[in-house]
Design a protein around this ligand. Structure first.
Ligand SMILES: [Zn+2]
Length: 115
């Protein structure tokens, strides 16, 4: 069942790429950050803070970088994932998914962070 939500659906910014490579990663990430800052979405868990996701992705030190967020408007849990060789993913997942994800250690931040 598809439910549209002005909060978490708004976060997704499309690029003019061919699906599934049609997500504007930086713009979408910026919107998620602003929604979390505004208290409209809640950051549940991720490999690194949202602000650090792109730096870690560009470093190519990790194949995938994921974050889970909960939308305070519709209550759904969102998966936001960057994949070095693949398309980014922004999707609705089950509430239990963050606990079931195979979390792996992230390399020390000084090895990949730009600021
Ligand atoms: Zn929502």
């Amino acid at each position: 069942m598809f439910t549209s939500c002005k909060t978490c659906d708004w976060a997704l910014v499309h690029s003019d790429g061919v699906p599934p490579h049609d997500i504007a990663v930086k713009a979408t990430n910026d919107r998620l950050i602003s929604l979390v800052d505004a208290g409209l979405m809640r950051y549940i868990r991720g490999d690194v803070p949202l602000q650090d996701m792109l730096d870690l992705a560009y470093s190519e030190m990790r194949y995938t970088i994921v974050s889970y967020l909960k939308c305070e408007s519709c209550g759904r849990t969102r998966f936001w994932g960057l994949c070095i060789r693949g398309a980014p993913i922004y999707k609705v997942v089950k509430e239990s998914d963050p606990d079931r994800w195979n979390w792996e250690a992230v390399p020390p931040r000084e090895q990949w962070a730009r600021s």
